[in-house]
Design a protein around this ligand. Structure first.
Ligand code: IVH
Length: 692
């Protein structure tokens, strides 16, 4: 690699890891396995070590996670909360042991503990009373989540009499039991289903594993909600200005006697061989534990030696974690197939010989995109390692090369050149990883996907029509696009039988009289759905619910939007040139104009419904307002007047705010902040004068 390439690689890796950190700590929704994350982090560390000149100040290698959320009070840790170095094999563990022996001159005792897969918490007790609970945050300061932690039954709020110090901190891990996770996630899935979310949306919304569920829960604002999602905690480290003993294992026993929950699975080991035995022992019983662990933590037992060994910038030198590899299994690739999404995006999928992995049968694994096939150098009939790292969709981590038949029959998999559904040549845009099928109007899964989107809960909300029925109607030739829904007749639907393609294979379905009537009633009712949702339902790329709302308000009707140029669209607050381009492109297509005409003839709402007597102007375009206090009309009414005249309602006083409309009884704080920031303050009368 050239210097330029190395620099670029370092930047890319850093950026990628930052995104993963954010997904993991802040959103509680990780998109890669811990193993992969650590692997990438190590790769970055190695590169930065070799080329320190390219390492940035805020590199993820220099940071300790980061779970700070903006809604909690921040508390600085009295003792920083560090993370541990990771090892994945015996060799690295022995190196850790050797380093210690070299520093202190003798073999040392270690305490081995489970590495609980939850989130770190620091609890402060004064006179035996829990006074504060703080998350790790960035290691220096974290979120004050005391109210939420008080809902955890195993954490004592008041200790009984004991030999504990007046003031101490105890650290541990908050987690959710596997069974609780399964139960709550299932209930949550049912709730979403009832609300009309589709399968993909549900998958997206659900927590991926107990750790994320626990973390999402602990960061909720409402402790009553937290109490409904039982959490648990193990404590594993004591901090006091004067330690209560000379050895960590004695502190653990003392903490237990004061009423803290300390795991029974810990062991005092005399040397590294005993440590390795413990690791293997726990690996055997790992699946039978009621909670998840991702490894073993090894700590030097003596506090005096801990002090002697000290810390690196990020980790203690006296402790390390040994991480178990994610469950992985070897199976054979049967074929690669390609899925086509609503927007034409292609996802390659590995179809595998069914195999058991961590309690479920795995038949498929996502291959993401063409680059992934290159990375794996996948050949026909390859034996592959499949891993499920806490996530729902399994992935192929590598190919077992020793099993590849080195003969003429084992050809590399070549990425599809044509759409498997409609035969159109696939495109891949410069710089993008994903291939697209450009045949928007004629490719069945794209058409069916668009119709499904159109009838979705947040769009036209035709809940009497399901995805299978839409597919059936399309294949039977009754509908070719969403506008055709409005010409469906009872006679066509009643008794219609069709094959539906489902997970378990094809199924024969038929529409009964009552369903047919329901479908037609649902379609009829959708004609009253307001314009902004119709606009969202059209499926214009990049036009989500919020953008649709903004466009609807600005243009008032589909005619006006269809006539508008890119510049005008992009001039709307928070609508960028790429969205503008997609809108113009949509209305430039003959086919789409025909659809719109068909929808108009069917009687859909293609313009904004004005309340009688209410005018719409652009007088407040680009200006932001904050309404505070009470007025002669309701606050909602005032806000709606602002929006109808092109203005925007802001949520708080900030530098970017243009006007504060001050009513009676408004908070003095807001007024003070607004005047400090030199924001124009208007009375109700002045505001209406502005509009006049
Ligand atoms: S001791 C300086 N003990 O692992 C010592 N940590 O990467 C710090 N963890 O942030 C922690 N089980 O969230 C310790 N038995 C255990 C643990 C444990 C899980 C977590 C903890 C910490 C992370 C370190």
């Amino acid at each position: 690699m050239t210097a330029e390439e190395i620099k670029k690689k370092i930047q890319e890796l850093s950026q990628e890891l930052k995104v993963h950190n954010f997904n993991y700590y802040v959103l509680s929704k990780p998109t890669i396995s811990d193993f992969e994350f650590d692997h990438k982090l190590k790769e970055l560390e190695q590169l930065e070590k070799e080329f320190p000149e390219f390492a940035s100040e805020d590199s993820p290698t220099k940071q300790v996670g980061g779970d700070i959320t903006k809604n909690f009070v921040q508390v600085k840790h009295k003792y920083p909360m560090l993370s541990l170095g990771n090892t994945y094999n015996e060799e690295e563990l022995r190196e850790f042991d050797n380093r210690i022996i070299k520093t202190v001159g003798t073999a040392v005792d270690y305490v081995c503990e489970l590495k609980f897969d939850g989130l770190a918490i620091s609890l402060t007790y004064e006179q035996g009373k829990l006074i504060r609970a703080v998350t790790r945050g960035d290691g220096v300061q974290g979120d004050d989540v005391t109210a939420n932690v008080k809902t955890i039954r195993s954490i004592p709020q008041q200790l009984k009499a004991g030999d504990y110090p007046d003031y101490f901190e105890i650290r541990g891990e908050v987690f959710m039991h596997k069974a609780t996770f399964e139960r709550l996630n299932k209930a949550y899935a049912r709730e979403l289903e009832e609300k009309g979310y589709d399968e993909d949306e549900i998958k997206e919304q659900l927590y991926k594993n107990p750790r994320n569920f626990a973390s999402g829960t602990l960061k909720m604002q409402d402790s009553k909600e937290v109490a409904k999602r039982p959490l648990d905690a193990f404590l594993y480290f004591l901090y006091a200005d004067e330690q209560v003993s000379e050895y960590h294992h004695i502190s653990l026993e003392k903490a237990k006697s004061w009423g803290f929950q300390v795991s029974e699975h810990y062991k005092l080991c005399k040397n590294i061989d005993q440590v390795i035995d413990f690791i293997r022992e726990i690996e055997q019983l790992r699946d039978s534990l009621s909670f998840e662990i991702d490894g073993i933590v090894i700590k030097v037992d003596s506090y005096a030696l801990q002090e002697e060994l000290g810390f690196t910038a990020k980790n203690p030198r006296w402790a390390i974690s040994y991480k178990y590899k994610a469950a992985s299994v070897l199976t054979q690739l049967e074929k690669v197939s390609y899925q086509v999404g609503r927007t034409g995006a292609i996802t390659p999928v590995a179809n595998l010989k069914p195999v058991q992995l961590a309690g479920t049968t795995v038949k498929r694994a996502s291959l993401y995109n063409a680059d992934e096939l290159v990375r794996l150098d996948l050949h026909e009939g390859d034996w592959v390692y499949v891993e499920k790292g806490g996530e729902i969709i399994p992935k192929i981590t590598s190919v077992e090369l020793s099993k590849r038949q080195e003969n003429l029959f084992s050809k590399p998999i070549v990425y599809a050149t044509h759409c498997p559904e409609c035969g159109t040549e696939l495109l891949r845009k410069e710089g993008e990883a994903i291939h697209y099928c450009p045949n928007e109007q004629g490719c069945p899964p794209q058409i069916i996907g668009k119709i499904e989107h159109f009838i979705g809960r947040r769009a036209m909300n035709v809940d009497s029509l399901g995805a299978e029925t839409v597919g059936g109607l399309y294949r039977k030739g009754l509908i070719k696009n969403y506008a055709d829904l409005y010409s469906l007749q009872f006679e066509q639907l009643n008794g219609l039988s069709f094959e539906s393609e489902e997970e378990e294979g094809k199924k024969l379905r038929s529409i009964k009289e009552k369903s047919a009537l329901n479908m037609l009633a649902g379609i009829e009712a959708s004609k009253q759905v307001p314009f902004e949702r119709v606009l969202f339902a059209l499926g214009i790329r990049m036009v989500g619910e919020t953008v649709a709302k903004k466009l609807a308000r600005h243009f008032g009707s589909i005619e006006n939007l269809a006539k508008a140029g890119e510049e005008e669209i992009a001039s709307i607050h928070e609508i960028g040139p790429r969205i503008a381009e997609q809108c113009v492109r949509f209305f430039a297509e003959e086919e789409n104009l025909k659809l719109v005409t068909q929808l108009r003839n069917a009687g859909l709402q293609l313009e904004i419904q004005e309340e009688p007597g209410v005018e719409r102007t652009n007088k407040l375009d680009g200006k932001s307002f904050l309404v505070s206090g009470t007025f002669s009309i309701s606050r909602d009414e005032l806000k709606s007047i602002i929006e109808r005249n092109g203005g925007r309602n802001a949520g708080s006083v900030s530098k970017s705010l243009n006007f504060l409309i001050a009513g009676d009884k408004m908070g003095p704080e807001k007024l003070k902040k607004a005047s400090e920031l030199n924001i124009t303050i208007l009375s109700e009368e002045q505001f209406f004068e502005m509009l006049a």
